[in-house]
Design a protein around this ligand. Structure first.
Ligand code: ADP
Ligand code: GLC
Length: 483
Protein backbone atom coordinates (compact mmCIF):
# COMPACT_ATOMS: atom_id res chain seq x y z
CA UNK A 1 0.00 0.00 0.00
CA UNK A 2 1.05 3.58 -0.61
CA UNK A 3 1.72 6.02 2.27
CA UNK A 4 -1.60 6.86 3.95
CA UNK A 5 -3.17 9.85 2.24
CA UNK A 6 -5.40 12.52 3.69
CA UNK A 7 -8.46 12.57 1.51
CA UNK A 8 -11.57 14.74 1.76
CA UNK A 9 -14.45 13.46 -0.36
CA UNK A 10 -16.75 16.39 -1.11
CA UNK A 11 -20.02 15.02 -2.40
CA UNK A 12 -23.69 15.92 -2.41
CA UNK A 13 -25.14 12.49 -1.53
CA UNK A 14 -24.04 9.62 0.68
CA UNK A 15 -26.03 6.43 0.98
CA UNK A 16 -27.33 6.01 4.50
CA UNK A 17 -27.71 9.80 4.77
CA UNK A 18 -29.35 10.95 1.58
CA UNK A 19 -29.72 9.33 -1.82
CA UNK A 20 -31.33 10.20 -5.14
CA UNK A 21 -29.18 7.92 -7.33
CA UNK A 22 -25.94 6.02 -7.76
CA UNK A 23 -23.85 9.01 -6.67
CA UNK A 24 -24.86 8.21 -3.11
CA UNK A 25 -23.72 4.58 -3.41
CA UNK A 26 -20.27 5.79 -4.37
CA UNK A 27 -20.31 8.44 -1.63
CA UNK A 28 -20.44 5.62 0.87
CA UNK A 29 -18.58 2.71 -0.72
CA UNK A 30 -15.46 4.44 -2.02
CA UNK A 31 -14.45 6.04 1.31
CA UNK A 32 -15.06 2.78 3.16
CA UNK A 33 -12.82 0.95 0.69
CA UNK A 34 -10.16 3.68 0.99
CA UNK A 35 -10.33 3.50 4.77
CA UNK A 36 -9.68 -0.25 4.60
CA UNK A 37 -6.52 0.57 2.68
CA UNK A 38 -5.33 2.69 5.61
CA UNK A 39 -6.05 6.19 4.30
CA UNK A 40 -7.32 9.04 6.46
CA UNK A 41 -10.44 9.60 4.43
CA UNK A 42 -13.31 11.86 5.43
CA UNK A 43 -16.60 12.72 3.80
CA UNK A 44 -18.33 16.10 3.68
CA UNK A 45 -21.83 16.80 2.43
CA UNK A 46 -24.63 19.32 2.99
CA UNK A 47 -26.83 18.82 6.02
CA UNK A 48 -30.17 18.36 4.26
CA UNK A 49 -33.29 18.24 6.40
CA UNK A 50 -33.81 14.56 5.58
CA UNK A 51 -30.60 13.86 7.49
CA UNK A 52 -31.58 16.14 10.34
CA UNK A 53 -34.40 13.80 11.21
CA UNK A 54 -32.47 10.56 10.83
CA UNK A 55 -29.07 10.84 12.48
CA UNK A 56 -27.53 11.77 15.77
CA UNK A 57 -24.74 14.27 15.31
CA UNK A 58 -22.09 15.92 17.39
CA UNK A 59 -20.91 19.47 16.69
CA UNK A 60 -17.54 19.55 14.90
CA UNK A 61 -17.30 23.30 14.24
CA UNK A 62 -19.71 25.53 16.17
CA UNK A 63 -19.52 28.53 13.84
CA UNK A 64 -17.83 28.69 10.49
CA UNK A 65 -17.58 31.85 8.42
CA UNK A 66 -17.80 31.36 4.67
CA UNK A 67 -16.94 34.40 2.54
CA UNK A 68 -19.28 34.64 -0.43
CA UNK A 69 -19.17 37.74 -2.64
CA UNK A 70 -18.94 40.68 -0.30
CA UNK A 71 -20.61 38.90 2.63
CA UNK A 72 -19.72 36.28 5.12
CA UNK A 73 -22.28 33.53 5.74
CA UNK A 74 -22.20 31.75 9.07
CA UNK A 75 -22.80 28.03 9.22
CA UNK A 76 -21.89 25.09 11.47
CA UNK A 77 -20.36 21.68 10.84
CA UNK A 78 -21.82 18.58 12.42
CA UNK A 79 -20.13 15.22 12.55
CA UNK A 80 -20.89 11.55 12.82
CA UNK A 81 -19.16 8.35 11.72
CA UNK A 82 -19.89 5.81 9.03
CA UNK A 83 -17.97 2.66 9.97
CA UNK A 84 -15.16 4.76 11.46
CA UNK A 85 -15.03 7.18 8.52
CA UNK A 86 -15.73 10.72 9.80
CA UNK A 87 -18.67 12.30 8.02
CA UNK A 88 -19.03 16.09 8.21
CA UNK A 89 -22.25 17.89 7.43
CA UNK A 90 -22.39 21.55 6.55
CA UNK A 91 -25.37 23.01 8.34
CA UNK A 92 -26.89 26.10 6.81
CA UNK A 93 -30.64 25.90 7.07
CA UNK A 94 -31.42 28.68 4.67
CA UNK A 95 -29.95 26.54 1.88
CA UNK A 96 -30.28 22.95 3.01
CA UNK A 97 -33.22 22.54 5.37
CA UNK A 98 -35.48 21.48 2.54
CA UNK A 99 -37.35 18.27 1.84
CA UNK A 100 -35.46 17.56 -1.38
CA UNK A 101 -31.85 18.04 -2.44
CA UNK A 102 -32.05 19.85 -5.76
CA UNK A 103 -35.63 20.72 -6.65
CA UNK A 104 -39.11 21.21 -5.29
CA UNK A 105 -40.39 18.11 -7.09
CA UNK A 106 -41.02 19.97 -10.34
CA UNK A 107 -38.48 22.77 -10.72
CA UNK A 108 -34.84 23.07 -9.65
CA UNK A 109 -34.39 25.41 -6.69
CA UNK A 110 -33.69 28.91 -8.00
CA UNK A 111 -30.73 29.33 -5.67
CA UNK A 112 -28.86 26.11 -6.57
CA UNK A 113 -25.84 28.11 -7.77
CA UNK A 114 -25.61 29.86 -4.41
CA UNK A 115 -26.31 26.67 -2.45
CA UNK A 116 -23.61 24.56 -4.01
CA UNK A 117 -21.13 27.39 -4.55
CA UNK A 118 -21.47 28.06 -0.83
CA UNK A 119 -21.08 24.36 -0.01
CA UNK A 120 -17.86 24.13 -2.07
CA UNK A 121 -16.40 27.16 -0.33
CA UNK A 122 -17.54 25.84 3.05
CA UNK A 123 -15.58 22.61 2.48
CA UNK A 124 -12.35 24.63 2.29
CA UNK A 125 -13.26 26.64 5.38
CA UNK A 126 -14.18 23.46 7.24
CA UNK A 127 -10.85 21.80 6.39
CA UNK A 128 -9.07 24.73 8.02
CA UNK A 129 -11.34 24.84 11.07
CA UNK A 130 -10.82 21.09 11.53
CA UNK A 131 -7.09 21.48 10.94
CA UNK A 132 -7.30 18.81 8.26
CA UNK A 133 -5.06 19.75 5.33
CA UNK A 134 -5.97 17.18 2.68
CA UNK A 135 -3.54 15.79 0.14
CA UNK A 136 -6.54 15.36 -2.10
CA UNK A 137 -9.93 16.92 -2.22
CA UNK A 138 -12.02 14.59 -4.29
CA UNK A 139 -14.92 16.53 -5.85
CA UNK A 140 -17.93 14.92 -7.48
CA UNK A 141 -20.15 16.27 -10.24
CA UNK A 142 -21.25 19.88 -10.73
CA UNK A 143 -22.25 20.32 -7.08
CA UNK A 144 -18.63 20.55 -5.99
CA UNK A 145 -17.07 21.57 -9.31
CA UNK A 146 -16.38 25.14 -8.09
CA UNK A 147 -14.11 23.86 -5.37
CA UNK A 148 -10.95 23.50 -7.50
CA UNK A 149 -11.47 27.10 -8.67
CA UNK A 150 -11.83 28.35 -5.10
CA UNK A 151 -8.75 26.44 -4.06
CA UNK A 152 -6.59 27.65 -6.94
CA UNK A 153 -7.83 31.23 -7.12
CA UNK A 154 -9.30 32.28 -3.78
CA UNK A 155 -6.87 30.28 -1.64
CA UNK A 156 -3.81 30.43 -3.84
CA UNK A 157 -1.69 32.21 -1.23
CA UNK A 158 -2.96 30.17 1.68
CA UNK A 159 -0.10 27.98 3.01
CA UNK A 160 -2.62 25.64 4.61
CA UNK A 161 -3.51 24.23 1.17
CA UNK A 162 0.03 24.31 -0.19
CA UNK A 163 0.00 20.57 -0.87
CA UNK A 164 -3.67 20.05 -1.63
CA UNK A 165 -4.61 18.74 -5.09
CA UNK A 166 -8.08 18.25 -6.57
CA UNK A 167 -9.67 15.42 -8.49
CA UNK A 168 -13.06 15.97 -10.11
CA UNK A 169 -15.13 12.87 -10.84
CA UNK A 170 -17.88 12.90 -13.45
CA UNK A 171 -20.76 10.68 -12.42
CA UNK A 172 -23.11 12.36 -14.83
CA UNK A 173 -21.83 15.14 -17.04
CA UNK A 174 -25.25 15.89 -18.47
CA UNK A 175 -25.94 17.86 -15.28
CA UNK A 176 -23.46 20.71 -15.51
CA UNK A 177 -24.75 23.40 -13.21
CA UNK A 178 -25.85 26.09 -15.70
CA UNK A 179 -26.75 29.31 -13.94
CA UNK A 180 -27.49 32.92 -14.84
CA UNK A 181 -24.84 35.55 -14.41
CA UNK A 182 -26.76 37.10 -11.54
CA UNK A 183 -25.00 34.56 -9.27
CA UNK A 184 -21.52 35.54 -10.41
CA UNK A 185 -20.76 38.11 -7.72
CA UNK A 186 -22.01 35.97 -4.86
CA UNK A 187 -19.89 33.12 -6.18
CA UNK A 188 -16.83 35.35 -6.44
CA UNK A 189 -16.17 34.55 -10.09
CA UNK A 190 -14.33 37.53 -11.59
CA UNK A 191 -15.04 38.66 -15.15
CA UNK A 192 -11.54 37.52 -16.11
CA UNK A 193 -12.76 33.93 -15.60
CA UNK A 194 -15.88 34.37 -17.67
CA UNK A 195 -14.48 33.10 -20.97
CA UNK A 196 -15.43 30.10 -23.07
CA UNK A 197 -12.38 28.12 -21.91
CA UNK A 198 -13.46 28.62 -18.29
CA UNK A 199 -16.93 29.29 -16.89
CA UNK A 200 -18.74 30.83 -19.84
CA UNK A 201 -21.32 28.74 -21.67
CA UNK A 202 -23.73 30.52 -24.03
CA UNK A 203 -23.78 33.56 -21.79
CA UNK A 204 -24.30 31.57 -18.60
CA UNK A 205 -22.10 30.17 -15.89
CA UNK A 206 -21.30 26.49 -16.23
CA UNK A 207 -19.93 24.96 -13.02
CA UNK A 208 -18.62 21.81 -14.67
CA UNK A 209 -16.63 23.83 -17.21
CA UNK A 210 -15.01 25.63 -14.29
CA UNK A 211 -14.26 22.26 -12.76
CA UNK A 212 -12.57 21.07 -15.94
CA UNK A 213 -10.52 24.26 -16.10
CA UNK A 214 -9.22 24.13 -12.53
CA UNK A 215 -9.21 20.51 -11.29
CA UNK A 216 -5.78 18.88 -11.35
CA UNK A 217 -7.22 15.66 -12.73
CA UNK A 218 -10.59 14.54 -13.99
CA UNK A 219 -12.08 11.09 -14.11
CA UNK A 220 -15.27 9.43 -15.20
CA UNK A 221 -16.91 6.50 -13.45
CA UNK A 222 -16.08 4.03 -16.20
CA UNK A 223 -13.40 3.81 -18.88
CA UNK A 224 -16.16 3.64 -21.50
CA UNK A 225 -17.72 6.91 -20.37
CA UNK A 226 -14.29 8.57 -20.14
CA UNK A 227 -13.78 7.73 -23.83
CA UNK A 228 -17.25 8.89 -24.82
CA UNK A 229 -16.82 12.22 -23.02
CA UNK A 230 -14.09 13.10 -25.49
CA UNK A 231 -16.43 12.72 -28.46
CA UNK A 232 -19.06 15.12 -29.85
CA UNK A 233 -21.74 12.45 -29.43
CA UNK A 234 -20.97 11.50 -25.83
CA UNK A 235 -19.40 14.66 -24.42
CA UNK A 236 -22.59 16.56 -23.49
CA UNK A 237 -21.05 19.59 -25.24
CA UNK A 238 -17.89 19.43 -23.12
CA UNK A 239 -15.80 17.34 -25.53
CA UNK A 240 -13.66 20.16 -26.88
CA UNK A 241 -12.76 21.40 -23.45
CA UNK A 242 -12.09 17.87 -22.26
CA UNK A 243 -10.01 17.10 -25.33
CA UNK A 244 -7.71 19.96 -24.39
CA UNK A 245 -7.13 18.13 -21.10
CA UNK A 246 -7.13 14.68 -22.64
CA UNK A 247 -4.03 13.54 -20.73
CA UNK A 248 -5.70 14.36 -17.45
CA UNK A 249 -8.93 12.49 -18.17
CA UNK A 250 -9.17 8.98 -16.71
CA UNK A 251 -11.83 6.31 -16.30
CA UNK A 252 -12.31 4.16 -13.20
CA UNK A 253 -15.18 1.74 -13.03
CA UNK A 254 -17.28 1.97 -9.87
CA UNK A 255 -17.31 -1.08 -7.68
CA UNK A 256 -20.30 -2.99 -6.44
CA UNK A 257 -21.09 -3.21 -2.74
CA UNK A 258 -21.43 -6.97 -2.25
CA UNK A 259 -22.24 -6.58 1.45
CA UNK A 260 -25.47 -4.93 0.42
CA UNK A 261 -26.09 -6.53 -2.94
CA UNK A 262 -25.64 -10.25 -2.53
CA UNK A 263 -28.42 -12.83 -2.92
CA UNK A 264 -26.72 -15.15 -0.42
CA UNK A 265 -27.22 -12.75 2.50
CA UNK A 266 -29.81 -10.22 1.28
CA UNK A 267 -32.33 -9.54 4.07
CA UNK A 268 -34.76 -7.82 1.67
CA UNK A 269 -35.56 -10.86 -0.47
CA UNK A 270 -38.03 -13.61 0.46
CA UNK A 271 -35.48 -16.43 0.15
CA UNK A 272 -31.72 -16.20 -0.25
CA UNK A 273 -29.89 -18.21 -2.91
CA UNK A 274 -26.51 -18.76 -4.53
CA UNK A 275 -25.08 -19.78 -7.88
CA UNK A 276 -24.89 -23.35 -6.61
CA UNK A 277 -28.55 -23.50 -5.67
CA UNK A 278 -30.96 -21.27 -7.54
CA UNK A 279 -34.14 -22.63 -5.96
CA UNK A 280 -34.54 -19.54 -3.85
CA UNK A 281 -34.50 -17.39 -6.99
CA UNK A 282 -37.57 -19.22 -8.26
CA UNK A 283 -39.39 -18.48 -5.00
CA UNK A 284 -38.36 -14.81 -5.23
CA UNK A 285 -39.86 -14.70 -8.71
CA UNK A 286 -43.18 -16.19 -7.63
CA UNK A 287 -43.42 -13.89 -4.64
CA UNK A 288 -42.58 -10.91 -6.81
CA UNK A 289 -45.34 -11.79 -9.26
CA UNK A 290 -47.68 -12.07 -6.31
CA UNK A 291 -46.59 -8.75 -4.83
CA UNK A 292 -47.35 -7.03 -8.14
CA UNK A 293 -50.64 -8.93 -8.48
CA UNK A 294 -49.54 -10.57 -11.69
CA UNK A 295 -50.41 -14.17 -12.59
CA UNK A 296 -47.96 -16.55 -10.90
CA UNK A 297 -46.24 -17.96 -13.94
CA UNK A 298 -42.90 -19.62 -13.26
CA UNK A 299 -42.74 -20.61 -16.93
CA UNK A 300 -42.61 -17.13 -18.47
CA UNK A 301 -39.74 -14.66 -18.20
CA UNK A 302 -40.01 -11.65 -15.92
CA UNK A 303 -38.12 -8.55 -17.05
CA UNK A 304 -37.30 -6.14 -14.22
CA UNK A 305 -36.39 -2.46 -14.14
CA UNK A 306 -35.37 -0.29 -11.17
CA UNK A 307 -34.56 3.16 -12.34
CA UNK A 308 -34.83 6.89 -12.21
CA UNK A 309 -37.54 7.74 -14.71
CA UNK A 310 -35.43 10.00 -16.87
CA UNK A 311 -34.73 10.39 -20.58
CA UNK A 312 -31.15 9.27 -19.81
CA UNK A 313 -32.50 5.78 -19.20
CA UNK A 314 -33.71 5.35 -22.79
CA UNK A 315 -37.47 5.57 -22.26
CA UNK A 316 -38.03 7.54 -25.46
CA UNK A 317 -37.33 4.48 -27.56
CA UNK A 318 -38.03 1.85 -24.90
CA UNK A 319 -41.70 2.79 -24.48
CA UNK A 320 -42.64 2.15 -28.14
CA UNK A 321 -40.50 -1.00 -28.08
CA UNK A 322 -42.30 -2.27 -24.97
CA UNK A 323 -45.67 -1.73 -26.68
CA UNK A 324 -44.55 -4.42 -29.11
CA UNK A 325 -42.61 -6.63 -26.71
CA UNK A 326 -45.52 -6.92 -24.30
CA UNK A 327 -47.48 -8.86 -26.89
CA UNK A 328 -45.13 -11.77 -26.16
CA UNK A 329 -45.35 -14.27 -23.33
CA UNK A 330 -43.53 -12.37 -20.59
CA UNK A 331 -44.04 -9.98 -17.72
CA UNK A 332 -42.52 -6.58 -17.02
CA UNK A 333 -42.02 -5.25 -13.49
CA UNK A 334 -40.86 -1.65 -13.03
CA UNK A 335 -39.94 0.36 -9.95
CA UNK A 336 -39.14 3.98 -10.67
CA UNK A 337 -39.60 7.61 -9.82
CA UNK A 338 -38.99 10.73 -11.82
CA UNK A 339 -40.31 12.48 -14.91
CA UNK A 340 -44.08 12.63 -15.24
CA UNK A 341 -44.25 11.77 -18.94
CA UNK A 342 -42.60 8.42 -18.22
CA UNK A 343 -44.94 7.74 -15.31
CA UNK A 344 -47.83 8.40 -17.69
CA UNK A 345 -46.41 6.07 -20.34
CA UNK A 346 -45.96 3.29 -17.77
CA UNK A 347 -49.56 3.80 -16.58
CA UNK A 348 -50.69 3.31 -20.16
CA UNK A 349 -48.63 0.12 -20.54
CA UNK A 350 -50.11 -1.22 -17.32
CA UNK A 351 -53.66 -0.45 -18.44
CA UNK A 352 -53.08 -2.04 -21.80
CA UNK A 353 -51.38 -5.17 -20.49
CA UNK A 354 -52.81 -5.66 -16.98
CA UNK A 355 -51.76 -9.32 -16.83
CA UNK A 356 -48.23 -8.55 -17.90
CA UNK A 357 -47.15 -5.22 -16.42
CA UNK A 358 -46.68 -4.35 -12.77
CA UNK A 359 -45.23 -1.00 -11.93
CA UNK A 360 -44.69 0.98 -8.78
CA UNK A 361 -44.16 4.70 -8.80
CA UNK A 362 -41.76 5.64 -6.04
CA UNK A 363 -38.50 4.94 -4.34
CA UNK A 364 -38.35 1.65 -2.46
CA UNK A 365 -35.01 0.34 -1.27
CA UNK A 366 -36.18 -3.17 -0.29
CA UNK A 367 -38.28 -3.68 -3.38
CA UNK A 368 -35.28 -2.76 -5.54
CA UNK A 369 -33.46 -5.77 -4.08
CA UNK A 370 -36.45 -8.00 -4.56
CA UNK A 371 -36.86 -7.06 -8.23
CA UNK A 372 -33.18 -7.83 -8.78
CA UNK A 373 -33.69 -11.26 -7.24
CA UNK A 374 -37.09 -12.17 -8.69
CA UNK A 375 -36.60 -11.16 -12.32
CA UNK A 376 -35.08 -13.30 -15.06
CA UNK A 377 -33.76 -10.37 -17.06
CA UNK A 378 -33.05 -6.76 -16.14
CA UNK A 379 -33.60 -3.99 -18.65
CA UNK A 380 -31.28 -0.96 -18.93
CA UNK A 381 -31.62 0.51 -22.41
CA UNK A 382 -29.84 3.75 -21.44
CA UNK A 383 -29.16 6.52 -23.91
CA UNK A 384 -26.00 7.16 -21.94
CA UNK A 385 -24.80 5.53 -18.73
CA UNK A 386 -21.70 6.86 -16.97
CA UNK A 387 -21.36 3.62 -15.01
CA UNK A 388 -24.65 2.12 -13.94
CA UNK A 389 -24.91 0.04 -10.81
CA UNK A 390 -28.04 -1.95 -11.39
CA UNK A 391 -26.52 -4.06 -14.13
CA UNK A 392 -23.76 -5.04 -11.70
CA UNK A 393 -26.34 -5.94 -9.07
CA UNK A 394 -28.25 -7.93 -11.70
CA UNK A 395 -25.19 -9.95 -12.62
CA UNK A 396 -24.67 -10.88 -8.99
CA UNK A 397 -28.34 -11.93 -8.68
CA UNK A 398 -28.18 -14.06 -11.84
CA UNK A 399 -30.65 -11.73 -13.54
CA UNK A 400 -29.40 -11.29 -17.07
CA UNK A 401 -28.95 -7.64 -18.02
CA UNK A 402 -30.33 -6.42 -21.33
CA UNK A 403 -28.32 -3.27 -21.94
CA UNK A 404 -27.36 -0.79 -24.58
CA UNK A 405 -23.67 -0.80 -25.39
CA UNK A 406 -22.79 2.52 -23.82
CA UNK A 407 -20.56 3.82 -21.01
CA UNK A 408 -20.28 1.56 -18.02
CA UNK A 409 -22.86 -0.86 -19.42
CA UNK A 410 -20.48 -1.58 -22.28
CA UNK A 411 -17.66 -2.15 -19.77
CA UNK A 412 -19.56 -4.58 -17.56
CA UNK A 413 -21.89 -6.73 -19.68
CA UNK A 414 -20.86 -8.96 -22.56
CA UNK A 415 -23.28 -10.14 -25.18
CA UNK A 416 -24.56 -13.70 -25.26
CA UNK A 417 -22.58 -16.25 -27.21
CA UNK A 418 -22.94 -20.01 -26.87
CA UNK A 419 -19.84 -20.29 -24.72
CA UNK A 420 -19.61 -16.96 -23.07
CA UNK A 421 -21.38 -13.75 -22.26
CA UNK A 422 -23.20 -12.38 -19.27
CA UNK A 423 -26.27 -10.78 -20.82
CA UNK A 424 -27.73 -9.24 -23.97
CA UNK A 425 -26.29 -6.13 -25.55
CA UNK A 426 -27.55 -3.91 -28.37
CA UNK A 427 -26.10 -0.85 -30.09
CA UNK A 428 -28.59 1.51 -31.64
CA UNK A 429 -30.86 3.61 -29.43
CA UNK A 430 -33.93 2.59 -31.43
CA UNK A 431 -37.10 0.59 -30.73
CA UNK A 432 -36.10 -1.90 -33.45
CA UNK A 433 -32.70 -2.65 -31.93
CA UNK A 434 -34.20 -3.04 -28.48
CA UNK A 435 -36.98 -5.31 -29.73
CA UNK A 436 -34.43 -7.45 -31.52
CA UNK A 437 -32.28 -7.77 -28.42
CA UNK A 438 -35.17 -8.55 -26.06
CA UNK A 439 -36.42 -11.11 -28.60
CA UNK A 440 -33.04 -12.81 -28.50
CA UNK A 441 -33.12 -12.95 -24.72
CA UNK A 442 -36.67 -14.30 -24.65
CA UNK A 443 -35.91 -16.90 -27.32
CA UNK A 444 -32.87 -18.01 -25.39
CA UNK A 445 -35.01 -18.31 -22.26
CA UNK A 446 -37.60 -20.49 -23.99
CA UNK A 447 -35.59 -22.39 -26.55
CA UNK A 448 -32.12 -22.79 -25.05
CA UNK A 449 -32.60 -23.24 -21.31
CA UNK A 450 -29.15 -24.76 -20.88
CA UNK A 451 -27.49 -21.79 -22.56
CA UNK A 452 -29.61 -19.44 -20.43
CA UNK A 453 -28.45 -21.24 -17.29
CA UNK A 454 -24.84 -21.01 -18.45
CA UNK A 455 -25.25 -17.25 -18.87
CA UNK A 456 -26.61 -17.05 -15.34
CA UNK A 457 -23.56 -18.86 -14.02
CA UNK A 458 -21.21 -16.58 -16.02
CA UNK A 459 -23.05 -13.52 -14.72
CA UNK A 460 -22.96 -14.60 -11.08
CA UNK A 461 -19.23 -15.31 -11.31
CA UNK A 462 -18.47 -11.68 -12.27
CA UNK A 463 -16.90 -9.54 -9.56
CA UNK A 464 -16.59 -5.76 -9.56
CA UNK A 465 -15.01 -5.25 -6.17
CA UNK A 466 -14.57 -1.87 -4.56
CA UNK A 467 -11.06 -2.94 -3.50
CA UNK A 468 -10.07 -2.90 -7.14
CA UNK A 469 -11.64 0.50 -7.80
CA UNK A 470 -10.12 1.95 -4.61
CA UNK A 471 -6.75 0.65 -5.75
CA UNK A 472 -7.11 2.59 -9.00
CA UNK A 473 -8.27 5.72 -7.17
CA UNK A 474 -5.22 5.48 -4.95
CA UNK A 475 -2.96 5.49 -8.03
CA UNK A 476 -4.89 8.37 -9.55
CA UNK A 477 -4.66 10.40 -6.31
CA UNK A 478 -0.90 9.91 -6.31
CA UNK A 479 -0.68 11.06 -9.92
CA UNK A 480 -2.94 14.00 -9.17
CA UNK A 481 -0.69 15.09 -6.32
CA UNK A 482 2.31 15.15 -8.68
CA UNK A 483 0.65 17.81 -10.84
P1 ADP B 1 -28.32 6.53 -11.62
O1 ADP B 1 -27.37 6.96 -10.57
O2 ADP B 1 -28.09 7.14 -12.95
O3 ADP B 1 -29.75 6.65 -11.20
P2 ADP B 1 -27.23 3.86 -11.14
O4 ADP B 1 -27.53 2.56 -11.78
O5 ADP B 1 -25.82 4.24 -11.00
O6 ADP B 1 -28.08 4.96 -11.88
O7 ADP B 1 -27.76 3.86 -9.63
C1 ADP B 1 -29.08 3.86 -9.29
C2 ADP B 1 -29.18 3.49 -7.83
O8 ADP B 1 -30.41 3.98 -7.32
C3 ADP B 1 -29.19 2.00 -7.59
O9 ADP B 1 -28.68 1.73 -6.31
C4 ADP B 1 -30.68 1.67 -7.68
O10 ADP B 1 -31.03 0.49 -7.04
C5 ADP B 1 -31.27 2.87 -7.01
N1 ADP B 1 -32.62 3.23 -7.47
C6 ADP B 1 -32.96 3.89 -8.60
N2 ADP B 1 -34.29 4.07 -8.65
C7 ADP B 1 -34.80 3.50 -7.54
C8 ADP B 1 -36.12 3.35 -7.00
N3 ADP B 1 -37.18 3.83 -7.65
N4 ADP B 1 -36.26 2.72 -5.82
C9 ADP B 1 -35.18 2.23 -5.17
N5 ADP B 1 -33.92 2.33 -5.61
C10 ADP B 1 -33.73 2.96 -6.78
C1 GLC C 1 -24.70 8.72 -12.05
C2 GLC C 1 -24.80 7.91 -13.33
C3 GLC C 1 -24.67 6.42 -13.12
C4 GLC C 1 -23.53 6.10 -12.17
C5 GLC C 1 -23.72 6.87 -10.87
C6 GLC C 1 -22.61 6.60 -9.86
O1 GLC C 1 -25.90 8.89 -11.39
O2 GLC C 1 -26.00 8.20 -14.03
O3 GLC C 1 -24.44 5.79 -14.37
O4 GLC C 1 -23.51 4.72 -11.90
O5 GLC C 1 -23.72 8.24 -11.13
O6 GLC C 1 -21.33 6.92 -10.35
Amino acid sequence: MAEPLKIMLAISEVDGFVKTGGLADIGRSLPLALKKRGHDVRIILPYYSKIIRQKTMIPAVETLGVPMGNKELWCAVKQCFEEKVPVYLVEYDLFFARERCYDDGTYPFVDNAERFGFFSKAVLQACQALNFAPDIIHCNDWHTALLPFYLKEHEKDNPFFKKTATLLTFHNASFQGHFPLTSREFLGIGWEHFSSDRFEDFGQLNFLKGGIAWADKINAVSPGYAEELLTPLGGHGLHEMLQRRQNDVHGILNGCDYQTWNPEIDPYIPVTYSALDLNGKRTCKEELQKAFQLPRRPDIPVIGMVTRLSAQKGFEFAIPALMEILNWELQLIVLGAGEHWIEGALDVLEQQFPEKVGWKNGYDWGLAHWIEAGSDMFLMPSLFEPCGLNQMYSLKYGTLPIVRSVGGLRDTVTHFTEADGTGFVFEEPSPEALIHCVRQSVETYYEQPAAFQKLIQNAMAKQFDWENSADQYEDLYLETMKK
